[in-house]
Every structure is written in structure tokens, then in C-alpha cells.
Design a protein around this ligand. Structure first.
Ligand SMILES: Cc1cc2nc3c(=O)[nH]c(=O)nc-3n(C[C@H](O)[C@H](O)[C@H](O)COP(=O)(O)OP(=O)(O)OC[C@H]3O[C@@H](n4cnc5c(N)ncnc54)[C@H](O)[C@@H]3O)c2cc1C
Length: 420
């Protein structure tokens, strides 16, 4: 049984930190992998106060347990939005920094850490230090993307961007194969947001056909944001429901639902940025054995070749995923373990079934062959060797943890598995 540690304030946390052994911080538990799993957790969720907002600079100061959804509800009607929004708003600011999350605009605006002005971090000693791009820079670079392994993020200042609407002007481009998908990404690379859904079971000449969605905030001055209503999946689907034929049919229907060529529509920000958040317990469609999320990124010069190889392997084998999301990424940042690099990333959800884990090991080898890497926030299975080959600064991260006694205090199932 896991041991949950809550705390009243800094002093209370400091005294508890001294008394407990190894632990990991928990945000809202939305990571797909084992990064927030440990025998002992420190929960930041109750610490969700906004501590200040500078209207001139758009800088918010808050406690780390606040959810992005809470920030959006308060600030959208006032004309502000997150500079970087991942595919779910149900995560904490602490979790956004620890995974250094990215959104549909990475090719333009980078990761969440690029919006951060300052972090107050509790170290294993219980001392609280401030770090930023300028102050205690090494600690900052290790903390952003560091999966809670450097300390407990207590408070954060980060910047928002001004918006004039809660709506997005969305363009949908329907492509017939992977080459057209890549061409469309490049043609629309000036658009702020872009993401493609790929039909990963299409074969032959149709391989890589997709719906690329790009978007910009509308200028219609409608800031009357009301969070989207949710529906709930009430029970685990029987595992036969999501078989090969079902995924193939879903993919074909979804692809057919878009108009040929290029189409335009206005959608609200929840539909554009956070489509899965409107379905409570969406994971139940995968049945009681659950699913495995598989996300990798490949350098740009080999992205097309590597992705073609991987998509061919998936469609030949028939391990279908109806959530197959392709994104374009811009330059990497200096953080030790942040996932993005300039290139393309594919994220897939595979229903857990016999043979899947061995199949994923085969895909891992292709990712390695093309010098790609895996995303810690989405991983519970890659080997130490596979993981570290994608991260050139891994040894610096390990040394920092060792020399600052972080390793004695902060550890997760993931950090143990990967020797972080
Ligand atoms: C539907 C869905 C869509 C997603 N889309 C994207 C996406 O588009 N882009 C993207 O980058 N990610 C995406 N993610 C992943 C998600 O954004 C990250 O896993 C995020 O870190 C989860 O935050 P959390 O608050 O739930 O943290 P948790 O899952 O609880 O923890 C995640 C990590 O953060 C650490 N942590 C949390 N709080 C703190 C703190 N206060 N101090 C120190 N460490 C802390 C934990 O130790 C752990 O290592 C998605 C996840 C889901 C479920």
C-alpha cells in the first residue's frame, strides 16, 4: 500500500522530508508511465493557490499543485492563455515542469520551461532554493524535464499569452499518404498550432494518410469560456470490442469524415487542445488489461524514412491504434532530459495484448537506428540501454543527482528502472 504524504506548509514539508525515506512527488497522476510511482509520494495537489499576477507582463505566480484547467478557467475570460498547452489540461503546473511538456506549437514556441521565470524548489535537505534560466541555472536545466528527481517544485512564476477569443480557427488538411502529410506540415509550418491524426492501419500507397489540423486563436473577441461538458465511459469495454477490425473501421470512418482537400471551421479551445478531456475514464475503451502509450521522436532529416518503416511494420503486424498523433517539433532546449528535438514525433496507444511488448521492442530498435528517443512522461517499459542512447546529457544528470544527494531522497519506479 502506497504511503501518501500531504503537508500544511513549507515548514511542515521540511520536517516531513527529514523523517521519510525515499519518495517521489505526485502531481495529478496523469503521466502514462511509472515516473510518479513509488512506495511513498508527496502530494502537491492541495497546494493550488494563485499568489500573484502581473497584468503588464502576463506573469502568473502560483503554487505547483494548481491544475492547468484551473488557470484556464480563471484567465481565459480575462484574455490570457497558456503559452504552451499539452493535450490534457488536467495536469498540475509542477507536472508540466517536471515533464517539460510541449504542445501543438513546439515548432514555434518550444516547451513549457521556456515560459518559466522562476521555480522555488525544495531540495533533499529541506532547503528551498530559487532557480531560473539565469539563477542556479544547472539546477533549473535538470529540474525542467527532470521528472521530480531533483526536488519538490513548490512555487512557479511563468508567463501567459494574451488572446482575444476562446475560439480557434481550425484548418483541416486531408492527405493521402505520408509524403503528402510531411509536405502539408512544412507548408503550414507558419501556423502556430499543428497536429496530425494518422491512420496507422492504412497500407501500400495509402500508408501515412492523415488529417492535419492547424489552428490560430480567433480574433472574434468572444472570451466567454465555459469548460466543455464531459461524458463518462461507465465500464471497461470487453477486450474483444477493440480488435483489429474495429480499429481499422474506426480509422476508415474517421478519415472519411473529413472533406477532401482543405477545410475550415471554428472550434472552441477545449475541442482543439484537449479533445480527450471531455471523456471521463476514456482509458476504459481498452478493456481491463489497459493499453501502452508509445511515443518517440526522430531527427528531422530521417523522420520520413524512419516513420515510413515504423508505420509499415505496424500495419503489417496489425497492432492498431486509433489515437496515432504526429507532431512537428522545433529546436531542442538545453535541459538535461527534455524530450523534444527538431523533428517529428509519433504517439500511439496500443491495447495491451499478447505479443505487444515484444513487438514494441522491435520498434525500439528502429527508433534507435534513426537516433531517436523516448518520452519519459509516456514510458513504463523501455530498457536503460534504449533510453540512455537517446539522451546525450544523461551522465551529467546522474552526476548532479549523485553529488547533491538527490538520489538518496527522490526516486520513482522509473528512475530505478532507468538508473536515473
Ligand atoms: C490525455 C493526455 C494527453 C497528454 N498530452 C501531452 C502532450 O501533448 N504533451 C506532453 O508533453 N505531455 C502530454 N501528456 C503527459 C502529461 O502532460 C505529463 O505526464 C504531465 O507531467 C502530467 O502531470 P501531472 O500533474 O499529472 O503529474 P504526475 O503524472 O503526477 O507526475 C509526472 C512527473 O512529474 C513529477 N512531478 C509532479 N509534480 C511535481 C512537483 N510539484 N515537483 C516535482 N516533481 C513533480 C512527478 O514526480 C513525475 O515524475 C498527456 C497526458 C495525457 C493523459
Amino acid at each position: 500500500m502506497a504511503n501518501f504524504i500531504n503537508y500544511q506548509n513549507r515548514d511542515d514539508l521540511m520536517s516531513k522530508i527529514h523523517r521519510i525515506g525515499q519518495c517521489i512527488t505526485r502531481g495529478n497522476g496523469r503521466s502514462y508511465g511509472d515516473s510518479a510511482l513509488s512506495e511513498t509520494y508527496v502530494s502537491c495537489l492541495q497546494h493550488n493557490r494563485i499568489l500573484g499576477f502581473d497584468e503588464n507582463k502576463g506573469i502568473i505566480k502560483c503554487e505547483s499543485g494548481i491544475l492547468l484547467s484551473e488557470i484556464i478557467e480563471i484567465f481565459t475570460p480575462r484574455g490570457w492563455f497558456l503559452k504552451v498547452a499539452p493535450g490534457t489540461k488536467l495536469i498540475t503546473v509542477g507536472g508540466a515542469i517536471a515533464s517539460d511538456v510541449h504542445g501543438k506549437n513546439h515548432h514555434k514556441d518550444g516547451c513549457f520551461s521556456e515560459t518559466v521565470e522562476n521555480i522555488a524548489l525544495m531540495l533533499s535537505s529541506g532547503d528551498v532554493v530559487q532557480c531560473s534560466h539565469r539563477k542556479n541555472r544547472e539546477l533549473f536545466l535538470a529540474t525542467c524535464g527532470g521528472m521530480g528527481l531533483t526536488g519538490i517544485i513548490l512555487e512557479v512564476s511563468f508567463s501567459l499569452k494574451p488572446i482575444s477569443s476562446k475560439n480557434i480557427e481550425q484548418t483541416t488538411i486531408k492527405t493521402r499518404n505520408l509524403q503528402e502529410t510531411f509536405d502539408a506540415f512544412e507548408e503550414y509550418a507558419d501556423d502556430t498550432y499543428s497536429v496530425a491524426w494518422i491512420d496507422c492501419l492504412s497500407k501500400g500507397k495509402l500508408i501515412g494518410r492523415s488529417l492535419l489540423m492547424t489552428g490560430e486563436f480567433s480574433q472574434d473577441r468572444n472570451l466567454q469560456y465555459v469548460p466543455k461538458k464531459k461524458i463518462t465511459i461507465p465500464f471497461n469495454f470487453p477486450s474483444l470490442v477493440l480488435n483489429y477490425l474495429a480499429v481499422k473501421s474506426f480509422n476508415a470512418l474517421y478519415y472519411a469524415s473529413a472533406k477532401p482537400g482543405v477545410s475550415h471551421q471554428i472550434v472552441d479551445l477545449d475541442s482543439f487542445f484537449f479533445p480527450l478531456d471531455s471523456i471521463n475514464s476514456w482509458n476504459r475503451v481498452y478493456g481491463s488489461h489497459g493499453f501502452v502509450q508509445y511515443q518517440f521522436i526522430l531527427p528531422k532529416n530521417v523522420s520520413y524514412e524512419g516513420l515510413l518503416k515504423i508505420l509499415k511494420k505496424i500495419s503489417d503486424k496489425g497492432f492498431g491504434s486509433f489515437l496515432a498523433v504526429l507532431k512537428l517539433y522545433g529546436k531542442h532546449n538545453d535541459n538535461y532530459l527534455s524530450f523534444p528535438m527538431e523533428g517529428y514525433s509519433l504517439a500511439l496507444d496500443f491495447k495491451m495484448q499478447k505479443g505487444l511488448l515484444d513487438f514494441l521492442k522491435e520498434l525500439d530498435q528502429i527508433v534507435l537506428e534513426y537516433e531517436g528517443r523516448f518520452y519519459l512522461a509516456k514510458d513504463a517499459r523501455v530498457s536503460k540501454k534504449v533510453f540512455e542512447s537517446g539522451y546525450p546529457k544523461i551522465e551529467e544528470f546522474r552526476e548532479l543527482r549523485q553529488s547533491n544527494k538527490m538520489k538518496d531522497k527522490f526516486s520513482s519506479l522509473q528512475s530505478k528502472r532507468l538508473g536515473l
